[in-house]
Structures are given as C-alpha cells and as structure tokens.
Design a protein around this ligand. Structure first.
Ligand SMILES: NC(=O)c1ccc[n+]([C@@H]2O[C@H](COP(=O)([O-])OP(=O)(O)OC[C@H]3O[C@@H](n4cnc5c(N)ncnc54)[C@H](OP(=O)(O)O)[C@@H]3O)[C@@H](O)[C@H]2O)c1
Length: 330
C-alpha cells in the first residue's frame, strides 16, 4: 500500500511517498481503508519533531481520517461489535492517516452517522472537539457573551466561530484574507476584521462600549505570536484569554494586563483532557456528530488534495494559504 513516510524529523519537504506492507492487526486494534485524511497544523509540528509527544521514526503521519473498517482484532470483535468490517468510521489516533490503509486502537475509532460527508468526518474532530471543550469546560462560556476569535478562517478558529455562535455568543473574527473572513461570516460571526491592517482592539472595544462593556468577554487564540498582547488588551472586565495554540510563535504576556480589569488567562489542552476523561470525550464526540448531522454545527467542506500531494497540503497550511480545512484523498 502507499503511505507518506517521515523517515527522520525534519522539514515537511523531506516527507516521501512510499510503498510499504499493509499494517497487521494486533490485539485491541482495527484496520481501516482510508477514504480521506484531515490535514492539521499539528501534523507539521509532529513531522519536524516539534510536538510535545515525539513519535519514533520512521512513521506515517496524519492525525485523523475517515474510512471503512477492513479487519478487527478478535478482542475488538468481542468487546466492540459496533466496529464491524465495512462500517464507515472516523479514526483520531494521532498518526498513520496519510496512507491507503491505517491501523488504530479501537478506542480511537468511532462509527460515523449518515448525513456527514467524508470530507467533514475526516476534518472536524480535532478542531470542533477543541472548541467545545474550550468553550464549555474551560471558559464556561454563557449565552450573550462576546468572543474575539483569532485565525478565524483556519481549522481550529473556524470551529470556534461555529461552536460559539451555536452557544449564543456574539462572535468577532480576525483573519488575514477576504476568503477566510467570509468563511467566518458565513458561520455567523457578527463582524470580521483584517488581522494585518485593522485596529481590532479599538474596533471591538467600540462595539462592546455600545452595551456598556469595557471589551470582549473571551479571546480564542490558536495563533499566539507578537499580537497576543493586543488581544489580551481587547478583553474587558473579567475577560478571559483562551490559550489554544502558537502557529505564530509562543508569546510572553505582560501580567500587568492580566491584573488590570481582573482578567484571566486560561490554558486549553484538549488532548491531555481526553486521556483522563475518555468516556466523557466519547459522549461529547457523539453529541458533536449529532449536531453536525442535524445541521446545527456546520463544518466547512474541505479542499481536496491527492495523497501524492500531501506535502503541498501541509505547506499550504503552514504558509497560511489554507482557508477552512484541507483533506488528503488516497
Ligand atoms: N489547545 C488544544 O487543545 C489544541 C487542539 C487542536 C489544535 N491546537 C492548535 O491550534 C493551532 C491551529 O491549528 P489549525 O489546524 O487550526 O491550523 P490552521 O488551520 O493553519 O489555522 C491557523 C491560522 O493561524 C493563522 N496564522 C497566523 N500566523 C501564522 C503563521 N505564521 N503561520 C501559519 N498560520 C498563521 C492563519 O490565519 P490568518 O492567516 O488568518 O492569520 C491560520 O489560518 C495549532 O497551533 C494547533 O496545534 C490546539
């Protein structure tokens, strides 16, 4: 079978398309024929050895995918009858998705209901589960609150816009291109600002002043970098800065601006929470899939790349050209 291989940690361009033996089913695992694999920023970190967890090389990257079950281990057939061969499932195992076939622990494999396309099923888990976890569990966001989403036309940001709107928040989006801003507006953002040009802090403060507030209630920041301080200062009284990711670099935030107005900075690490709350996460995943199937949540249909162009997909994401989500199709 064909697979994208990371032979050694290094630049995305070092990834190779190779022919390797189909992985063998071991106890507790499921083998899946991949229909589509989601492209996430974290994949670019993993192949460069820049992620918290380092997968031993050589390996096949690809954090999540959708496909059909080919084979299951005997213990899986006995303990998880819903994972029968032929079932369309999503796989969120953290590796192995950029290939014709992949193998994953049964706990990372979930049947996908009808009404969710392959493209959406392959791309929503990381972005939407992070958004629901962040807004419900970490921020304890409430209807009527306001939220500024940074990188709002990227995977994680766009999901936060969608989930925020569903929860009844007033959502403001910041993104670098017209196409990305339009995606956020289409998902219900009230206003979308140009992250490169607009004075977003002044604009959101002015909007919030109309309801007697000193700034926004929440900032959702998957980007970080030098602008993070400006976003912190966009928060009003008791405002909360959600630390989601650092595609633009790890910022240093001045604590005096956390003290002012009684602000809070809240870390969000969905992955480590999943490890300790597997049953709760499984229930949340089913709930999110139901909301998508019902059309209440509306993940964007991804742009497709063939497997042999996986590097181009990862490069487009890393170089800020991707609007919405990207998917690799074997
Ligand atoms: N905390 C958690 O539990 C959790 C879970 C999942 C993912 N994450 C993190 O969330 C972050 C976003 O992931 P993603 O898959 O949504 O990525 P993405 O689709 O590429 O979106 C990231 C956005 O960042 C913006 N950006 C600003 N500076 C950039 C730069 N120098 N290079 C690339 N993009 C830049 C881009 O928006 P503009 O061009 O509009 O500025 C881009 O759309 C990653 O750091 C990931 O590790 C965190």
């Amino acid at each position: 079978m064909r697979a994208i291989r990371c032979l050694d940690y290094g630049p995305i361009d070092d990834l190779v398309l190779d022919e390797i033996a189909s992985p063998e089913v071991r106890p507790g695992t499921v083998k899946v024929r991949v229909r589509a694999a989601g492209v996430n920023y974290v994949d670019t970190l993993i192949v460069q050895g820049g992620y918290q967890v380092r997968t031993p090389t050589p390996f096949t990257p690809g954090w999540e995918c959708v496909g059909d079950i080919l084979e299951v281990a005997d213990d899986v057939a006995r303990d998880a009858p819903q994972l029968a061969p032929g079932t369309r499932v999503l796989v969120a195992s953290g590796e192995g998705a950029y290939a014709d076939e992949t193998i994953a622990p049964a706990h990372a494999v979930t049947p996908v209901p009808d009404g969710i396309s392959d493209g959406v099923a392959a791309t929503f888990v990381q972005s939407y589960m992070t958004a629901v976890f962040a807004l419900r569990h970490r921020a304890r966001a409430e209807r009527g609150q306001s939220m500024l989403v940074i990188g709002a036309g990227g995977g994680v940001g766009l999901a936060a816009v969608d989930v925020g709107v569903m929860m009844g928040l007033r959502v403001f989006a910041a993104a670098s291109s017209e196409e990305k801003r339009q995606l956020a507006l289409d998902r219900g953002a009230e206003a979308a600002f140009d992250v490169r040009d607009d004075d977003i802090k002044a604009a959101v403060r002015e909007l919030m002043a109309q309801e007697g507030k000193t700034g926004v209630d929440l900032v959702y920041d998957p980007v970080g970098g030098e602008q993070a301080e400006t976003w912190l200062r966009s928060l009003g009284d008791n405002g909360q800065f959600l630390v989601i990711g650092f595609v633009g670099g790890i910022p240093s935030l001045p604590l005096n601006h956390v003290l002012l107005r009684n602000r809070q900075v809240t870390g969000v690490e969905w992955g480590s929470w999943v490890g300790k709350h597997r049953a709760e996460n499984d229930a949340l995943l089913v709930e999110v899939m139901q909301l998508i199937a019902a059309g209440t949540l509306r993940p964007v249909e991804p742009t497709e790349y063939p497997l042999e162009r996986t590097v181009d997909a990862l490069r487009d994401l890393a170089e800020r050209r991707a609007a919405g989500k990207l998917v690799v199709v074997p």
